[in-house]
Write a protein that binds this ligand. Sequence first.
Ligand code: ATP
Length: 479
Amino acid sequence: MATDTNKFQAIISHCKEYGFIFQSSEIYDGLSAVYDYGQWGSELKKNIRDYWWKSMTQMHENIVGIDAAIFMHPTTWKASGHVDNFSDPMIDNKDSNKRYRVDHLIEAHADLLEKEGKKAEADALLASMDALLAKDDLAGLKTLIEDSKIKCTVSGTANWTDVRQFNLMFSTQLGSVSDEASEIYLRPETAQGIFVNFLNVQKTGRMKIPFGIAQIGKAFRNEIVARQFVFRMREFEQMEMQFFVRPGTEDQWYEYWKAERLKWHLSLGIPAERYRYHDHVKLAHYAKAACDIEYEFPIGFKEVEGIHSRGDFDLSQHQLYSKKKLQYFDNEINQNYVPYVIETSIGLDRTILLVLSEAYTEEDLSTPEKQDSRVVLKFPPKLAPIKLAVLPLLKKDGLPEIARQIMDTCKPHFYCFYEEKDAIGKRYRRMDAIGTPFCITVDHQTKEDNTVTIRYRDSMQQERIPINKILEIVQKQIN
Ligand code: ATP
């Protein structure tokens, strides 16, 4: 069985080998921290996206969805604070030219100290770092790195540049004639598309507070340290929901959404012990409270979703910069106000990595007679890219024709896959590797009594069922 670091590498290789996730532009040696979803990865992604969308919109009568553009008026990002504040302090090693996020570099060193049994030293280092970050003291951070004798992992030297702020937004030009063109940004989060449409949706949808607006879409960040596969990408997808509430009720809604979002994660069938909340001690200037939902990836507990109590910061800022009122008249209390916001923000790609990490299983199936093993992706059936594989035992004797009829009956309802090549055992293993929960085998007995074998992915058990039960059995599991 793979160790955890090995498991992470094994998942990355498996994703490539079985058509889930490829490095972008691989034939040109790839583009760093950008990935493409292959045939099964894009199905998995769509299923997770649909599951989130349905549970947030369809299942909450007071939440509606929108689909805003990636490009937004440049003033949006002035108002949101991203132009001035969306940056990370970074430092370069002059010998290796490797760039580090300062907090990551120091945290990695603190980890090392802790492993060496120097916990007090590690804690002191982190406390100093937090204090310097809070003051934006870049020179102080450099001194801390030097005094702590932190070295570059590539060059092994401590030959550092000064610490600089590095804005994470990508910019481009809008307009074809250069003197008319203006600089615009690829959005670094989907949330602002919701805020600027707050009144459009509230008025046209006749929404009453409390209500939410959900959105799924691409976001772009020029991450300094972009590795760990789809955990940290430069182009990724977010699933965000902004919940607008009456000022004074935000604490209760913050607790509600913290609990509600964790419930969503658990509804994927993932054990509770794999999750933990991480409450932020150091808050962004606008935040009243913030918490991450962390999942235990093979690379450790890491953030997958953030829940933030944002007060009226965003709407007030847009009011200020646009000079348009973004208020709500609450006729229950006869008052006009700028609503407060609770945000839930989850990365789709990180959720895919979470689901893959949870599903990826190496099983030893050896018997005294024979060594054997399999890799199986134990996806919850509702998320599996393919729900049902239909496999005629042989390519003759009328078996493919019956299998094709089963395909025709089932494929309008869920994603089915037909395969007649190779021995049946090999075909089962291929379906295990892409996480197909059910395989149907059509054999000679099918011609006699209209029954087939259904094989269950996780238990590998097989049973004989009538053809006309297939649809019902699969549908029951995937809904
Ligand atoms: P981190 O601390 O890991 O950089 P963050 O706190 O900046 O994340 P948010 O701005 O709160 O993240 O974004 C919400 C969610 O979007 C995160 O919980 C994560 O799931 C996802 N996300 C953020 N940045 C990336 C990225 N570079 N690649 C993939 N997903 C991301």
